[in-house]
Design a protein around this ligand. Structure first.
Ligand code: ATP
Length: 254
């Protein structure tokens, strides 16, 4: 069954489409096999969250949009899962907040960076960073710390969807403001983030874009208030509570 053959009324439609995209990403050399494992973990948490955007995640998406609109040099970091799951949505977000796109891989190969950059261009991106590799994230071994000097290294705000905990911590140590999208509220990366969005990438990215469009004419003071009012610990606690207090009785997993 291909993505287009998944019946839209199937109760697990979104989850099946997601699996197809990740599988296709591996076949195209965009997503690593490790990415399949990350997907499995994410899917389990999405199930426990009820496959919906919690109000706390929506508040996080709005704070993320305000943070990006206030940023001087925002960069969206793109890995193999992000590229496979939401390429057009990620390009739309970059356009809405005037951010750079940078391919940044845990299992780095130049070939895969090039394929992902091409894939993003096929979905409307103009410039895609990540191939220069002339900068670094201090504190990580070379293969994992390599970034572009005029991209992530110089950024003030970085969106790191599905980042691993070590790199999230190393970016935090560099003084970056981090926006993390991750379905697991217990993962180290959202716990390091200034703005953790505990939601599926497929829902969260378009939601941040929608908030950014809504806030496009807001004055800096209003944007700053939106950022200040957001409480990262409360958002993590709300997601954890939704998982712990959910029930399978209504069949939606939460
Ligand atoms: P950490 O090092 O931060 O503790 P981890 O070891 O829990 O991370 P990894 O296996 O490195 O996590 O990365 C997978 C992460 O990505 C998981 O936390 C998973 O919940 C998340 N994830 C996978 N797919 C999605 C998705 N579609 N949307 C949001 N998050 C996702």
């Amino acid at each position: 069954m291909t993505e287009t053959e998944v019946p839209e009324d199937h109760p697990r439609y979104a989850s099946l489409v997601t699996r197809h995209r990740i599988e296709a990403g591996v076949e195209q050399g965009i997503t690593s096999k490790q990415g399949l494992i990350a997907q499995g973990r994410g899917e389990a948490f999405d199930y426990l969250l009820g496959e919906r955007t919690l109000p706390s995640a929506d508040a996080a998406a709005r704070a993320a949009a305000a943070t990006l609109l206030l940023a001087d040099r925002p960069v969206i970091s793109v890995n193999g899962n992000v590229a496979a799951l939401a390429p057009a949505e990620t390009v739309d977000l970059a356009d809405a907040v005037d951010a750079d796109l940078e391919v940044n891989l845990f299992n780095h190969t130049d070939e895969r960076v090039r394929r992902i950059a091409d894939h993003l261009r096929d979905h409307g991106a103009n410039e895609v960073k990540g191939l220069a590799g002339d900068g670094e994230i201090p504190g990580l071994d070379h293969a994992r710390g390599v970034v572009d000097a005029d991209g992530i290294e110089a950024a003030d705000v970085v969106v790191v969807p599905l980042e691993d905990g070590d790199r999230a911590a190393a970016l935090d140590a560099m003084g970056k403001t981090e926006i993390v999208i991750d379905l697991n509220p217990g993962s180290r990366s959202p716990r390091t983030a200034d703005v953790p969005i505990i939601d599926n990438l497929l829902r969260a990215v378009p939601n941040v874009t929608a908030h950014a469009k809504d806030l496009a004419d807001a004055r800096p003071a209003e944007l700053e208030r939106t950022v200040d009012e957001f409480d990262a610990d409360a958002a993590l606690d709300a997601a954890e509570a939704a998982i712990r207090e959910g029930s399978f009785a209504d069949g939606d997993g939460a």
